[in-house]
Design a protein. Structure first.
Length: 525
């Protein structure tokens, strides 16, 4: 008597045979319009269900049923389906309408199908009968995947060609930069109307100030902020460098080509070149627009409202005062008193170590900065990677909208979401604790400056004083009149470490060993 059945039962082979009759169905379309129409999705589902019924398969679950691009395999529903299939030993088949519904990624799709097959899961395209149990069938399946990839690349080339031709005619195909608005953004690119908005009018003033050498970039930023346009020097510098503002289109899609755009220019081409030509007078201008008697005007903020403070001279006394631009009560501060308090603050960051303490100081600094930089590097790397990914996704959305592949609702929903995410990440990257990868050079320069802080403040010119303020206290500072002391918002991490470490080292008695852990405990990050 044959005991084959007993062996199958012992090793669970009978269960594997029975359980592998379950199938899952995956349906997909490429666009929202197709999904809303539902004809294609309904047809795919019907064909798959008929196949399952005719072959005795039990449908365990449905996936897809919506629109997902198949150019890559990082699709939400697709990944959910693959995960479900791999985690459920009862599933033996994935039913799809055709191979291009599964993926258009070519070789990667072949790899996924092969890995599924190794786990006992067969991919079946119900309208393309292929027997993957033999080499010929596997080659035929791979051919279908490659054909789908080829079709995708052909469409992509056609889209790029169309976009390139539109660009050459002067049509901008993406969201216009700051200062412009597209009043017809829910239309075809040839019907877009990119015009200057209220911020653009302010930027026109900024370009005029820059061309005429009226103000430095820092002063222009301050004035724009006062007028209601929140911007920093880095962003302003990017705007001054962007040829879009003088009516010129330069894009990576058309390398080496300079195109005159159809939008209105904020600055003339001549003035734009004056600003950006390295040897021009404008580009090499050194600014001395602030008073030597009120050197803190660029960084001093009102302790009540937070606005930058200005100054004035009391003619009868011959004394200078700082005052709040918003005229807050008690906002006037004697320049003599404030300068004295600021010098006292600088003394806290003055480095005066000698002997052994001075010798070990750079080593301790490097140890502390390595700790900080490791943490910052991980955060910055993750943020940059995410920013690159989101920008690519936004480019894809804008490209699809410009070519009419997605509608207004979908474009607005996802473009606004991505723009908000980009803004948040850029803000995060604009204020890292430590940006220098060369720690020894960073420490050397920091120590050099810290040893002569008082000299820079008392003997330096106005430009040196402004530079020193911004270097030590990037977000500025305020003044507490009642306690006669300067209040800082954020201190440069290098100088904060210099102050903290030098304080600890100076308190260690002569001849005592220097314990790094003791220093670590007292140094703030």
């Amino acid at each position: 008597m044959s005991r084959i059945k007993d062996f199958e039962k012992m090793y669970g082979l009978d269960e594997k045979k029975n359980n592998r009759k379950k199938a899952i169905i995956y349906t997909r379309v490429s666009t929202k319009e197709q999904a809303d129409n539902n004809t294609s999705l309904a047809t795919q589902k019907k064909f798959c269900e008929d196949y399952a019924r005719n072959n005795g398969y039990e449908v365990a679950e449905y996936f897809g049923g919506t629109y997902e691009s198949a150019k890559t395999d990082e699709r939400k529903e697709f990944q959910r389906m693959i995960k479900y299939a791999r985690q459920n030993s009862t599933v033996g088949f994935i039913l799809i309408y055709s191979y291009d519904r599964f993926s258009r990624s070519g070789a990667n799709a072949s790899y996924i199908a092969d890995e599924l097959k190794k786990q006992g899961i067969l991919l079946i395209a119900v309208t393309q009968k292929v027997d993957t149990s033999n080499a010929g069938g596997i080659m035929q399946q791979d051919f279908f995947f490659l054909l789908s990839r080829f079709d995708n690349e052909m469409r992509r080339d056609k889209t790029k060609t169309g976009m390139s031709e539109l660009l050459r005619k002067g049509y901008w195909l993406w969201t216009p930069p700051r200062g412009y608005i597209n009043t017809n953004r829910f239309h075809r690119a040839v019907d877009w109307n990119i015009v200057i908005n209220e911020e653009g009018k302010l930027l026109r003033k900024a370009f005029e100030w820059r061309v005429k050498n009226t103000y430095s970039s820092a002063e222009i930023v301050r004035r724009l902020n006062t007028l209601g346009m929140k911007i920093d020097e880095r962003r302003l510098h990017e705007i001054f460098k962007n040829p879009f503002y003088c009516g010129i289109l330069i894009t990576r899609m058309l390398p080496g080509e300079v195109i005159v755009g159809k939008h209105e220019a904020i600055v003339s081409q001549e003035d734009f070149l004056k600003i950006n030509t390295p040897e021009s007078e404008v580009a090499n201008k050194t600014y001395e627009t602030m008073s030597n008697d009120l050197p803190l005007k660029k960084s001093l903020r009102c302790s009540t409202c937070g606005h930058l403070m200005t100054g004035f001279l009391v003619q009868t006394k011959g004394l200078f005062y700082y005052k709040c631009q918003k005229k807050c009560t008690g906002g006037n501060i004697s320049a003599i008193q404030l300068h004295k308090s600021f010098e006292e603050l600088l003394n806290q960051y003055q480095l005066n170590l000698k002997g052994l303490e001075a010798a070990v100081f750079p080593e301790v600094m490097q140890d502390k900065l390595v700790e900080i930089s490791k943490s910052d590097a991980n955060e910055i790397s993750a943020a940059k990677s995410k920013l690159t990914q989101i920008r690519k996704e936004l480019d894809t959305i804008e490209e699809r909208f410009a070519t009419g592949k997605i509608d207004n609702l979908l474009y607005t929903k996802f473009s606004e979401k991505h723009k908000n995410e980009i803004s948040e990440l850029e803000e995060k990257l604009s204020n890292p604790n430590l940006t220098s990868s060369n720690l020894q050079k960073c420490i050397k320069n920091g120590v050099k400056i810290a040893r002569k802080l008082s000299k820079i403040w008392t003997s330096g010119d106005l430009f040196d004083k402004h530079k020193l303020q911004h270097l030590l206290f990037p977000d500025g500072f305020a003044y507490d009149k009642q306690n006669k002391r300067v209040l800082t918002f954020r201190t440069n991490v290098i100088f904060e470490l210099i102050r903290s470490i030098s304080t600890v080292l100076s308190e260690i008695k002569s001849g005592d060993p220097i314990n790094y852990n003791q220093i670590s405990a007292r140094v703030t990050s």
